[in-house]
Design a protein around this ligand. Structure first.
Ligand SMILES: [Zn+2]
Length: 297
């Protein structure tokens, strides 16, 4: 991997979830929670690419996906990647009470600890869903023993989003406890214009040169995020059961088509980014900035 003083560091993460579980639940088919058929090959492609680039990432693990694919989660941990938490059921934070949110965190963490022997200290909310009305979530995270959050994303597509007070990593002001915030990379092109260059879902619609220019402008230690389905070597197909209704089928086709655009381009865009930036897991950055011990063994 190239190194050098002019290479700004970026933080690499994967929201580790089973696309088929989520799309089947969204479409409303029964038995949506059973393991999807593609996460194994997606994970293999992801790990191969990270090895090729010589980088480690933070995998924010979804509890219900970990229970469906325990061997995959064990493998991520064995390969030396940082294990973080993406909650348990992928329910938007703003749709939960503080008590439900705490219970969701505990359920995910119990599953993850059981499989990996590691206690995750970093959290990424499903769909960046800590809104201005659910800022209490940061207090809950600190109270539950989390040390950093990576959920603030100033993307115009996120309604009622919390705009980070700074683009660089920073400790949040809490009534009790400490929690670091690591915002996702966003390119600010004017007082109002924001280009969310940190997410692989956007890499499908932006020229690579613009993604690189935007990341250069996003500041040091900005966050990148991918999903396993964005590295799927095969086209995505919702594979709905034969009992699915016509409207469920249409919904499945639309979800597949949207995701396939990003999927085709993500590996090469990540290679281009890795050619210009040092990519590290969030936990390494947190350890460096907070002066704490490294969060991986
Ligand atoms: Zn997610």
């Amino acid at each position: 991997m190239p190194t050098g003083d002019d290479q700004e560091t970026l933080l690499l993460s994967v929201d580790f979830e089973d696309w088929h579980q989520l799309v089947r639940r969204r479409v409303g088919v029964s038995d949506w929670e059973r393991p999807g058929p593609a996460l194994g090959r997606q994970t293999e492609a992801m790990l191969r690419l990270l090895d090729e680039l010589g980088v480690r990432a933070t995998f924010f693990i979804l509890g219900m996906t970990a229970r469906a694919h325990p061997h995959l989660v064990e493998g991520l941990s064995r390969r030396g990647h940082e294990i973080g938490c993406h909650g348990d059921r992928h329910v938007p934070v703003h749709k939960q009470t503080p008590e439900e949110f705490a219970a969701d965190l505990r359920a995910a963490r119990a599953t993850i600890e059981d499989l990996t022997g590691q206690r995750p200290v970093g959290y990424r909310a499903p769909a960046f869903s800590i809104t201005r009305e659910s800022r209490w979530a940061f207090e809950v995270l600190a109270a539950e023993g989390f040390e950093y959050d990576a959920s603030q994303h100033d993307s115009p597509r996120i309604r009622r989003r919390v705009v980070p007070s700074r683009d660089a990593p920073h400790p949040l002001e809490l009534t009790d406890g400490t929690l670091w915030e690591f915002p996702v990379a966003v390119w600010r092109r004017g007082p109002r214009a924001r280009v969310p260059v940190g997410g692989a879902s956007y890499w499908g619609v932006l020229p690579t040169s613009l993604v690189l220019e935007g990341l250069r402008a996003s500041g040091p230690m900005a966050g990148l995020y991918l999903h396993p389905h964005e590295l799927d070597p095969e086209p995505l197909d919702a594979l709905l059961p034969s009992s699915a209704s016509p409207s469920q089928r249409v919904h499945g086709v639309v979800r597949s088509a949207q995701r396939n655009v990003a999927r085709r381009r993500a590996p090469d865009v990540l290679r281009a980014i890795a050619g210009r930036h040092r990519l590290i897991p969030y936990g390494d950055a947190h350890a460096e900035l907070s002066g704490g011990a490294a969060t991986r063994s």
